[in-house]
Design a protein around this ligand. Sequence first.
Ligand SMILES: Nc1nc2c(ncn2[C@@H]2O[C@H](COP(=O)(O)OP(=O)(O)O)[C@@H](O)[C@H]2O)c(=O)[nH]1
Ligand SMILES: [Mg+2]
Length: 332
Amino acid sequence: MEQLTPSGTAGVAVVRVPPAQRRAALAALQTRDGAPFASAGVAPRAILHLRGMAIDDVLVVDRGAAGLELHLHGSPAVLAAVQREFGLAPAAPRTPAELLLREALSDAQLDLALEQREFDFAAEVQALASHGPAPCARLRSSALVRSRTAMAMVQPQRVVFIGCQNAGKSTLFNRLLARERALTGPLPGLTRDPVHEVTTLSGYPYELVDTAGEGATPAAVDAAAVEAGRGLRSQALVVLVVAAHRQPTAIDAALRDGSDVLVASQADLGRAEWPSPWRPDVVVSALTEPQSSLRHAIGELLRQHRCLPLAGPVGGFAALDRTQLELLLGTG
Ligand SMILES: Nc1nc2c(ncn2[C@@H]2O[C@H](COP(=O)(O)OP(=O)(O)O)[C@@H](O)[C@H]2O)c(=O)[nH]1
Ligand SMILES: [Mg+2]
């Protein structure tokens, strides 16, 4: 038998019974009245008896040609008894597309997973080599373009929010996540350790990081918090948040150099005339504007900054992880 659920502590364990073990598995099942269990279609509940003992109250799901599934309780004692009787192997490793299918956070990721599940990636890559050198190079380069998009839809891109204290970073961060994850408020220094959360914006996954604001650091821990935030900026998209109703400060000017996009926040409180080189990429009122419009505005800003197409299926086989990408790069 094959354990489909991950090993570990859980309330339920799903086990696949291959056709060869179907008869033996059915023979170990009884109805609650002690009669032989006939068919999963009629009443899917059964009692599993092994070596003369009632082991578990299970659900039986008939997957046709794929075999039977037993939905057991997840206790190690139950699984050990099944293992002893029938043997129990961990589920076969999943492809990146199957993993994405299980973990998709957005419709776009789900659609991509369903599209990519249709392809046998290794076979597709091998088939490239059967073309002449020129068509092979052309097909490979299209696959690489698709792969860049597909991988951006799988691997969360880190986005670090930086700016002065009270710029509105934590408020923006929370509203993008739709929950109060970081403390917000007028007191400076409310955010200390960087806070990380994953969400999708415009269909692409992001690891958002809220950091301690730059400014006066009254205690050593505040300075350490600012330093920790700075350390996260390499390899990340850096979003500088400046309150629209105030003038950018010297600190903002210093942060501007290392940032990728500029967000003018708190626009509901008014807009100060900013000096000419200061042109925000987007103007938001994180506290007051509808969450969907805020998420859309920031999602589109990031997507366009990264030169990515609209998220969704990519129109052909594509690499979803580094291993697949290396396989593709190794061709031709
Ligand atoms: N009116 C208004 N107030 C905001 C907005 N964003 C943040 N604030 C307020 O500004 C203060 C500082 O916000 P916070 O997100 O903690 O700033 P941070 O220090 O940059 O993380 C808080 O009192 C927020 O409620 C906004 O869009 N509009
Ligand atoms: Mg904060």
